[in-house]
Design a protein around this ligand. Structure first.
Ligand code: ADP
Ligand code: TYD
Length: 262
């Protein structure tokens, strides 16, 4: 009897040791999820390249990923979002003799509702196939845009921060992301004029199209600020007009060093 008790206790402690890693092990085993956000030309790519180099020099396993990040369905969806006409024409050509296929009206514009759900669908693939497995095997993930982009671009830029649309995007992100919200999000804040200047797109035009574009980007920026206010622990707002080195050394590294314990 005594012998059996001893074996039971031994077995129990063995199982516990196998299944419950110490907090230190947990920390080492999980990667850190960082995302960069802001309007086009805000400096995400530049800062991400610096950060990836920095982490690699510190022997941190890390990947930089941008949606759809090599997922099959996500890649297909993003192709359709970015080059719709070209994609529909290819499908028409490929399947024109197929009985099950009805030719796609290539010039028909997608609806706004579909645009939201297509970005979200591509994100679901990205979370499941890229973010989750890497973090779980201890690889940190730096994302060049993530969930906040849909809330800012579709919710802020197109829907003008309509509360119903913002709520819809938030609820769907809770469903899609599961618990994989970034640990930290760096929002590089620049205005429309700086973006235009940096991307070399300055022209004197002040027509309706130009105005709409400015409105659109102002809506995006406003929504990024709303996101930051609602998520003060996750989102760091950075003045993106400072120098590249200043931003990296003074606005990004302190958070990164504290997360990794450097
Ligand atoms: P994003 O990836 O956000 O579109 P990039 O990193 O590609 O932005 O930067 C867009 C352009 O602006 C590049 O030419 C880059 O060199 C320049 N740039 C990036 N950060 C800064 C900065 N802090 N100050 C001035 N120019 C910058
Ligand atoms: P992308 O193909 O990721 O990058 P790039 O054009 O720089 O090669 O497209 C980025 C554009 O898509 C950018 O203008 C922001 C926009 N976008 C949205 O409108 N919603 C989203 O959810 C995401 C992720 C991006």
């Amino acid at each position: 009897m005594k012998h059996q008790m001893f074996l039971l206790i031994l077995a129990e402690s063995f199982i516990k040791e196998q299944l419950i890693p110490t907090p230190k092990e947990c920390k080492m085993k999980k990667g850190v999820f960082l995302s960069f956000e802001g309007i086009d030309g805000c400096g995400k790519t530049t800062q991400i390249m610096n950060l990836e180099d920095y982490l690699k020099k510190k022997d941190v396993p890390v990947i930089t990923a941008r949606e759809p990040g090599g997922t099959a369905l996500g890649g297909g969806i993003r192709r359709m979002l970015k080059y719709p006409e070209e994609t529909y024409k290819l499908l028409n050509e490929r399947y024109k003799n197929n009985k099950d296929f009805v030719l796609l009206p290539v010039e028909q514009l997608r609806t706004f509702e579909s645009e939201i759900f297509l970005f979200l669908a591509a994100r679901a693939e990205f979370v499941n196939y890229i973010v989750e497995p890497n973090l779980n095997k201890g690889v940190s993930v730096i994302a060049d845009r993530f969930a906040d982009s849909t809330r800012a671009y579709q919710g802020g830029g197109i829907a003008k921060s309509n509360p119903r649309i913002i709520e819809l995007i938030n609820k769907n992100h809770d469903f899609i992301l599961k618990r994989y919200w970034p640990d930290k999000t760096f929002f590089l804040d620049i205005n429309y004029e700086v973006s235009k200047h940096r991307l070399g797109l300055i022209n004197a035009g002040n027509d309706d199209f130009e105005k709409r574009k400015k409105d659109f980007f102002e809506g995006i920026i406003r929504e990024y600020h709303n996101i930051a206010k609602e998520n003060p622990k996750r989102v760091v707002v950075i003045n993106g007009t400072k120098s590249i080195d200043d931003i990296f050394n003074n606005d990004i590294l302190p958070y990164v060093n504290s997360i990794y314990g450097f």
